[in-house]
Design a protein around this ligand. Structure first.
Ligand code: HEM
Length: 123
């Protein structure tokens, strides 16, 4: 999948576009490390590259992903999830993958985002 999607270049573009949206989002932006946006961008990029069959740099540097656990410090509400997905959708569309690849990627991202919700708080 990694190569079919366009390899490193695709993931750089995807995650960069995603964070442009997140940084402008009044709910999401405050959750992120304000002094390390670049690091956050790099961590998500490395994780997605690894997930889709690219280099395993993420786990080499960060260990086992355990993403739900790593998100526990942040209140991932349904609103936060929907905003996350909105910015990710814009990024996926901008990257412009073949429809079949895009559908598989999007299906994963949607499921992963739904699984990350960790608070029943509304909003
Ligand atoms: C890290 C928020 C969903 C993957 C983070 C961080 C925040 C955050 C605030 C810390 C930034 C950092 O320093 O790296 C959210 C919110 C989500 C969401 C509000 C809404 C559903 C997801 C999903 C994935 C994901 C669906 C995977 C497909 C990651 C990864 C990290 C991360 C890989 C870095 C973990 C680490 O190594 O420390 N997320 N996230 N996130 N997120 Fe999310």
């Amino acid at each position: 999948m990694y190569e079919a999607m366009g390899g490193h270049e695709t993931f750089v573009r995807l995650v960069h576009r995603f964070y442009q949206g997140v940084r402008e989002d009044e709910v999401l932006a405050p959750l992120y490390p304000q002094d390390d946006w670049e690091g956050a961008e790099q961590r998500l990029r490395m994780f997605l590259e690894q997930y889709w069959g690219g280099p395993t740099t993420y786990s080499d540097q960060r260990g086992h992903p355990r993403l739900r656990m790593r998100h526990m410090p942040f209140a991932v509400t349904t609103d936060a999830r929907d905003r996350w997905l909105t910015h990710m959708r814009a990024a996926v569309e901008e990257v412009g993958l073949e429809p079949e690849l895009e559908a598989v990627l999007w299906d994963y991202l949607e499921r992963a985002a739904h699984a990350m919700v960790n608070t029943a708080e509304p909003g």
